[in-house]
Design a protein around this ligand. Structure first.
Ligand code: C5P
Length: 224
């Protein structure tokens, strides 16, 4: 990546799914591969940034020169993201955070009780990591530029615009369907205050580089 458009910047990325434990051996998760977030971390590093990558459980090698923090649950990811965001200048949230976690966690394996009645599971909502970080003083002051992702199965543009406003972020990136979990190619829609622009279908690393160039341009304009 030349020139080093993010030299001197600290970039924080969340990637992958979260895993919400039910008991010591079971839990709920999703099919996020983490590839887009890992590609963004790599592209940011290539652009000269110091990069911290908070990763849920994925099977991907850490991009060279990137500091990686492994987490399991949404609460662990929130904790790490809030801590690391205190000295970041860019936050890109790509993680597919579980919307809900089991309301209670059993220390022992939940056993069949022989009654023929399966257990009833109760859930509570997880915090929105991106929206929480976007509300921090750093983000509101313009020192931290927050980018979100949206995967929608319909009405992408309308949903993406609404999501950008709801989360209080300057830039939202839509995954243009079909849902691309695990694939190497993608196409993206950039939604900001000025409107919508498409990055046509390309390998995720190329899209990540284009996105990083966009973020760098916005930061050098003063950001929000
Ligand atoms: O609301 P939705 O899950 O569609 O929003 C997606 C965006 O918000 C992604 O950038 C995702 O990483 C982030 N997110 C988050 N914490 C959540 C849910 C979503 O950071 N609990």
């Amino acid at each position: 990546f030349s020139p080093k458009v993010l030299a001197g910047q600290q970039v924080l990325v969340t990637a992958g799914p979260t895993f919400e434990a039910l008991d010591p051996i079971r839990g709920i998760t999703n099919h996020s591969s983490g590839k887009m977030g890992f590609a963004i971390a790599r592209a940011a590093r290539e652009a000269g940034a110091e990069v911290t990558l908070i990763a849920g459980p994925v099977h991907l090698p850490t991009p060279r020169g990137v500091r990686r923090i492994d987490v399991l649950s949404a609460l662990e990811m929130l904790d790490a993201a809030q801590r690391e965001a205190q000295h970041a200048s860019v936050f890109v949230a790509t993680a597919a955070v579980a919307d809900w976690r089991p309301a209670s966690h059993s220390e022992q394996k939940i056993k069949k009780d022989g009654s023929g009645h399966p257990p009833v599971l109760h859930f509570v909502e997880n915090p929105d990591i991106l929206a929480t970080v976007a509300k921090s003083e750093r983000a509101r002051d313009g020192q931290l530029f927050c980018v979100g992702f949206a995967a929608e199965s319909e009405n992408l543009i309308a949903h993406a615009k609404a999501k950008r406003e709801r989360k209080g972020i300057p830039l939202l990136v839509g995954n243009i369907g079909p849902l691309t979990f695990g694939q190497d190619d993608n196409s993206l829609l950039l939604v900001d205050a000025d409107g919508v622009r498409e990055l046509p279908r390309a390998p995720k690393l190329q899209l990540a580089r284009e996105l990083i160039a966009e973020v760098a341009a916005r930061r050098s304009q003063g950001g929000l």
